[in-house]
Design a protein around this ligand. Structure first.
Ligand code: 13P
Ligand code: SF4
Length: 310
């Protein structure tokens, strides 16, 4: 049997020798988050990718996030530990069907959630993330009909917040759509002192029990700032790692899904492991690449998002 690899140590060494930056989403395994130079939500990760001077961006997240990094910073090599780390929202919004959806509404202004493919982004007027969706939709000219894709639950939440009517693509996140309202209510009864913090990708039946709704970063900041001591967390359980780090004296209870599991994990995000991270850095593969015309097409709506987010 060969000697065991000290992944953490080797990853740190590779990072230095490659002049790489490791970006990780909050839904990554704790050990992956701990090795990252920057952990954030989709918006913060896109902004970090756009401004990095590192030669290599190692993206510990899902495919659309690594694609966004490449679109915004094409001169860097972008590595993703597992290319199969997709996203149900992106996968269930194929470009051909999206084009047909758009063609049915000529003249409409298209706002696409960042959880979409580069091809869908390239057909959009502006991109948004969960942390800036309300701000972005508020800036769409008032006389334009809005198409919003692909997350219908985020879309409904944004409609409520902005008062804008939108035509919604019927997509959803396989993680956030399976939180159980019944189990959440039971938890609230067991912990009447707890605040419920939830991601806007959850269904409305779940969101109506939330004390605070926001992106992963917004939920984290809220829970750390709040004078309350106990929180029921209605999003992917990976975020609890940073919550515990930032507020070790507080209690964070993961809301259970409807599938019998104790907490809810994204099967795509969790494809990235420490071993795959080490291997992808050592072998410089899998690398995220895309045709230049596609990259250029998706860049303009993403850049508009960054400009409108200021
Ligand atoms: P955030 O931008 O809030 O981190 O959301 C990303 C995501 O994939 C939620 O499921
Ligand atoms: Fe996609 Fe949902 Fe996983 Fe986020 S949690 S990456 S939206 S499948």
């Amino acid at each position: 049997m060969g000697a065991e690899v000290d992944y953490a140590k080797e990853i740190q060494e590779l990072k230095r020798s490659m002049n790489a930056v490791i970006l990780a989403h909050y839904y990554q395994e704790s050990e992956v988050q701990d090795l990252a130079d920057f952990v954030g939500d989709s918006l913060a990760l896109a902004q970090a990718a756009a401004r990095t001077q590192a030669d290599v961006i190692v993206f510990c997240g899902v495919h659309f996030m690594a694609e966004t990094a490449k679109i915004l910073n094409p001169s860097r090599q972008v590595l993703l530990p597992d290319l199969k780390a997709g996203c149900s929202l992106s996968d269930r919004c194929p470009p051909g069907a999206f084009k047909a959806f758009k063609d049915k509404h000529p003249g409409a202004f298209v706002v696409s959630y960042v959880n979409s493919s580069a091809a869908v982004k390239a057909m959009s007027d502006v991109i948004c993330t969960s942390s800036n969706a309300v701000k972005i939709v508020n800036q769409v000219p008032k006389d334009r009909q809005i198409l919003f894709a692909p997350d219908q639950h985020l879309g409904r939440y944004v409609m409520k917040q902005t008062g804008r009517d939108m035509v919604l693509w019927p997509g959803s996140c396989i993680v956030h759509e399976i939180f159980s309202e019944k189990k959440l209510v039971q938890l609230k009864v067991e912990h009447p002192d707890a605040e419920v913090v939830a991601h806007p990708e959850c269904e409305q039946a779940v969101l109506r029990h939330a004390d605070f709704i926001g992106s992963t970063k917004a939920i984290l900041d809220y829970a750390v700032r709040s004078p309350k001591q106990r929180f029921i967390v209605v999003t992917e359980a990976g975020i609890i790692h940073q919550m515990k780090r930032a507020a070790p004296d507080k209690t964070f209870i993961p809301a259970p899904p409807d599938n019998g599991c104790a907490c809810n994990e994204c099967p795509y995000m969790r494809l990235n492991t420490l071993e795959k991270l080490w291997r992808c850095m050592k072998d410089r593969t899998p690398e995220l690449t895309m045709p230049e015309d596609l990259r250029e097409g998706a860049r303009a709506p993403l850049q508009r998002m960054l400009d409108w987010s200021q």
